[in-house]
Design a protein around this ligand. Structure first.
Ligand SMILES: [Zn+2]
Length: 348
């Protein structure tokens, strides 16, 4: 038996002995009819507890869960490597990582159920449909809004039930979002307002590690892999969508009103559109290769977007002159440290 097999055998054994205790576990009844799937009563009880914690104390979170439930979503556990959980619109599953603490998973459920609600309202889970500028506005708003929903939910659980566990977990993971959300509150136990939701949403863009981790995962990796596997034609990058259309679709408060009603152009703000040099390099490479291979049109939408990093130049000053690469290299030390940090950031 290899060392690894021994570890698994031990694990199975310890799980086996715990299973006997599971027979005694009473699964609580659900506060709302949200489907759950688990083999062991212990896991079933845990999933129901997450749903009830949100539904019983957070009107915001409850409205999100109810919409996901009526669209047929099921909550379950599955071991995951670098993730707290995910939402799959095809199978209609919200999947949580069982190895993580309950309070973190309650915040994760609030976040993932919000993605389910976004899908119900017409969001697409496919990458590479919109031009780069629209794609960046879209995917960032999707994540910023999911974190905003998690902030509102964890805050309401704290003020309505006194259970501050989920909020503590959320605010230690998402410092900028939690800080901005509370800075916009008139008091520690203020009810959720559009002003607080807007502040949390804006806070997401200040969490540079998070922004860049998603930029790497949702833009650079998609493009680099497409070029590597000659699959560029699967990614048209040609649809367009406005800031107003995006925030109207995603950014809704518990009453179903857009919390950006007074500023629907918010996604056009400069700091919300900045990208790092690697992204420009990946875009240039993708569109040039796709054009050479298939004659497809180039995408000019990202040429005016400001580049983060030390040079802070608009992308167009370097576009197609092949010096995007040089800039990336000259920042190498800084970038290496940053990428290491991003890799350590959990995507959820
Ligand atoms: Zn997310």
């Amino acid at each position: 038996m290899s060392e690894l097999n021994e570890v698994f055998a031990k694990k199975r054994k310890s799980q086996g002995s715990k299973n006997q205790g599971n027979q005694q576990i009473q699964v609580p009844s659900k506060a709302i009819p949200f489907k759950t799937k688990a083999r062991k009563p212990k896991d079933q009880a845990r999933l129901v507890k997450f749903i009830n914690t949100i539904a019983e104390s957070s009107p915001f979170g409850k409205s999100v869960l109810e919409e996901a439930a009526s669209a047929g979503y099921t909550l379950c556990f599955e071991q995951q490597k670098d993730s707290c959980g995910f939402c799959d619109p095809d199978s209609r599953m919200i999947v949580l990582n069982p190895t993580l603490p309950d309070n973190l998973l309650i915040a994760t459920l609030a976040h993932e159920a919000r993605h389910a609600q976004q899908f119900c309202r017409g969001a697409s889970a496919e990458f590479g449909q919109y031009n780069v500028k629209s794609e960046i506005m879209y995917t960032r708003a999707e994540e910023a809004d999911a974190e905003t929903a998690a902030a509102a939910t964890c805050h309401e659980i704290r003020i309505n039930s006194g259970n501050d566990g989920p909020w503590k977990s959320f605010s230690s993971d998402s410092v900028e979002i939690a800080t901005e959300f509370m800075n916009a509150a008139s008091s520690k136990d203020a009810p959720v307002s559009d002003k607080m939701l807007q502040a949390a949403f804006n806070g997401w863009y200040k969490a540079t590690d998070m922004v860049e981790a998603y930029e790497e995962g949702y833009i650079q990796d998609v493009m680099n892999e497409a070029v590597q596997y000659k699959d560029e034609q699967s990614y048209p990058y040609d649809k367009k969508i406005s800031s107003a259309d995006i925030v109207t679709m995603f950014c809704q408060n518990a009453e179903g009103k857009c919390y950006w009603n007074n500023n629907k152009d918010v996604l056009n703000e400069k700091e919300k559109l900045s990208v790092c040099a690697e992204t420009i390099t990946a875009c240039d490479k993708f569109f040039v290769t796709r054009n050479k291979r298939y004659g497809s049109e180039m995408d000019n939408s990202y040429l005016d977007m400001p580049v983060r990093d030390v040079y802070n130049l608009p992308a167009k000053t370097r576009h197609h002159k092949n010096d995007g690469k040089e800039i990336a290299n000259s920042n190498k030390d800084m970038k290496t440290a940053l990428i290491a940090k991003i890799k350590a950031t959990k995507i959820r």
